[in-house]
Design a protein around this ligand. Structure first.
Ligand SMILES: Cc1cc2nc3c(=O)[nH]c(=O)nc-3n(C[C@H](O)[C@H](O)[C@H](O)COP(=O)(O)O)c2cc1C
Length: 400
C-alpha cells in the first residue's frame, strides 16, 4: 500500500494487514487490521509518528523510500506496544540521526521491551511542544489507553491528532478515511470493548481533556481508517464511556443436553414480551469480540450454565473471566441453569463477576429439565429485571 497524503507534507506511511485473524493470541479480527504510521515534514525537521508491527517493517521502509525520505529527525513513540514500536530498532538503524521522542514511562518500556538505546531517546513532558520549523508537535500524556505509558501527539497547525490506539479500529480498508461511518462504528465499538473498556474512567477524563487542546480536524489513529469528522467518533466514545446503559439483557450461555437451553429460550421470550432487547450468545459458537461489544452498554447480564463437576461449564468460566477483566458498566447480573445432583455454579459465576460491582439478582437454578414451575420462576426473573431497568435512572429506555 503506497504512502498517502493527509495534508500537504503529512503522509500515512503505515501497513495494512488484510489477513491477520487474531490479535494478542486472543482477539479475533474479522476485518483484518492496519498499523498506521505517519510522516510529518516541517520546514526544518521531519518526524515519523509511531512505526508498524515488526512483520511489516519492509512496507514502512518502502513507503519512506517512495517519498524520498533520506533523513528523519524524530520518531515519536506514542505507545510502547510492539505493533506500533516493533519497527523502531530497524528505523534507528536506518536513520542514524533520528531521536526517539516519548514520555518517561514509555522510554522505560521501550528500553526494556525492545532494547532501544537510552541515549537515542529524548523524554518530553506532558503538554510540551516540539518545533519542526513551520509545524509544531504537542504531546499530551494520556495514561491507560490501554497501557500506563500511552500519549497522543497533536499537530497544531493542521489540527491533526495522532491518537495511537485511542479511537482505533481493527479494520483493513483501502480507504484512508472512515467514509461510511455506519460501517466503521461496529469495528470501533469492538475495539473499544476489547481494548479500552477496562479503563473507561481514564478514557472519560482524556475525552474531556481533548475538548480543550485547540480543535481537531482529523483524528489519525494507529489502527483502522482516519476520522475526518472527529465529532462522530468522539460522541461514540462519550456514549460508551458514559455511565448510562441501555434497556438490554446480554445472555451468554452453554447447554450440553438442552435443559439450560430451554430456560434460555423461555427467558428470551419473557423478556421480549416485556419489551426488553435480548442478545443471546451460545458460547461455544461465539466470537468473544461480539460478546464484548454487546456488554459495552447493556444494563443486565444473565449467564446460563449447566453444572459441570460441581461448578459452571468451563466455557462459561472463560467468558465470565473475560467479562470480569473487561469490567463493563453493567448494572445487574444473574445466573440461570440446570443441575443434576448439586454444586455451586451460580455462586461461582456471581463471584467471578465481582469487578463489575453489579447488583446480583436471585438466580434461577433448576434440577434437570425445566417444567411449569421453573418457567414461572423465569417469568418472575424477567419481571425483576424489567422492574430494575424501569426504576434505574441510568438505564436508557429508547430501544424499546
Ligand atoms: C460432564 C458432566 C459433569 C456434570 N457434573 C455435574 C455436577 O457436578 N453436579 C450436578 O449437579 N450435575 C452435574 N452434571 C449434570 C448436569 O448438570 C445436568 O445433566 C444438567 O441438567 C445439564 O444441563 P444441560 O442440559 O443444559 O446441559 C454433569 C453433567 C455432565 C455431562
Amino acid at each position: 500500500m503506497p504512502a498517502r497524503e493527509i495534508r500537504p507534507g503529512v503522509h500515512w506511511v503505515g501497513a495494512i494487514d488484510w489477513d491477520r485473524e487474531i490479535f494478542d493470541e486472543l482477539i479475533p479480527l474479522p476485518d483484518g487490521t492496519s498499523y498506521n504510521a505517519y510522516l510529518v515534514r516541517g520546514s526544518e525537521k521531519t518526524a515519523l509518528i509511531d512505526t508498524v508491527d515488526p512483520t511489516k517493517t519492509e512496507e514502512l521502509i518502502g513507503n519512506l523510500d517512495d517519498l524520498g525520505v533520506t533523513a528523519i529527525d524524530y520518531i515519536v513513540a506514542n505507545h510502547a506496544e510492539q505493533d506500533h514500536s516493533g519497527s523502531l530498532p530497524a528505523m534507528l538503524e536506518r536513520f542514524p540521526g533520528a531521536t526517539v521522542v516519548t514520555n518517561e514511562k514509555c522510554r522505560g518500556l521501550l528500553v526494556e521491551l525492545l532494547q532501544i538505546p537510552e541515549d537515542r531517546v529524548r523524554v518530553i513532558q506532558d503538554g510540551e511542544t516540539l518545533p519542526l520549523g513551520d509545524r509544531t508537535l504537542q504531546f499530551f500524556i494520556m495514561p491507560w489507553v490501554h497501557w500506563p505509558e500511552t500519549m497522543v501527539t497533536y499537530l497544531q497547525e493542521d489540527r491533526v491528532l495522532f491518537s495511537c490506539d485511542f479511537f482505533g479500529s481493527h479494520y483493513a480498508t483501502s480507504n484512508l478515511f472512515v467514509g461510511d461511518e455506519a460501517a466503521i462504528h461496529p469495528a470501533a465499538k469492538r475495539y473499544y470493548a476489547e481494548i479500552m473498556m477496562p479503563f473507561r474512567k481514564s478514557i472519560q477524563g482524556h475525552l474531556a481533556r481533548l475538548d480543550g487542546i485547540g480543535g481537531i480536524d482529523i483524528i489519525a489513529p494507529s489502527h483502522g481508517p482516519l476520522h475526518d469528522r472527529p465529532s462522530v467518533i468522539l460522541d461514540a466514545y462519550r456514549d460508551w464511556t458514559g455511565d448510562t446503559v441501555r434497556d438490554v439483557v446480554v445472555l451468554p450461555y452453554v447447554s450440553m443436553h438442552g435443559s439450560t437451553r430451554e430456560m434460555v429460550d423461555h427467558l428470551i421470550g419473557a423478556l421480549i414480551g416485556r419489551g426488553v432487547t435480548v442478545k443471546p450468545f451460545n458460547l461455544p459458537r461465539t466470537d468473544l469480540g461480539d460478546l464484548a461489544m454487546a456488554i459495552v452498554d447493556a444494563a443486565t447480564i444473565v449467564v446460563g450454565t449447566p453444572t459441570v463437576i460441581f461448578g459452571p461449564h468451563p466455557a462459561v468460566v472463560s467468558a465470565a473471566y473475560v467479562t470480569n477483566l473487561l469490567r463493563p458498566k453493567t448494572r445487574y447480573v444473574t445466573v440461570i441453569g440446570s443441575y443434576g445432583w448439586g454444586g455451586k455454579a451460580a455462586d461461582t459465576i456471581a463471584g467471578m463477576l465481582d469487578r463489575l460491582r453489579a447488583e446480583v439478582i436471585e438466580p434461577v437454578i433448576v434440577l434437570g429439565k425445566p417444567g411449569k414451575d421453573e418457567f414461572a420462576a423465569l417469568d418472575r426473573l424477567a419481571d425483576e429485571i424489567v422492574k430494575r431497568h424501569r426504576d434505574d435512572t441510568l438505564v436508557l429506555q429508547e430501544e424499546r
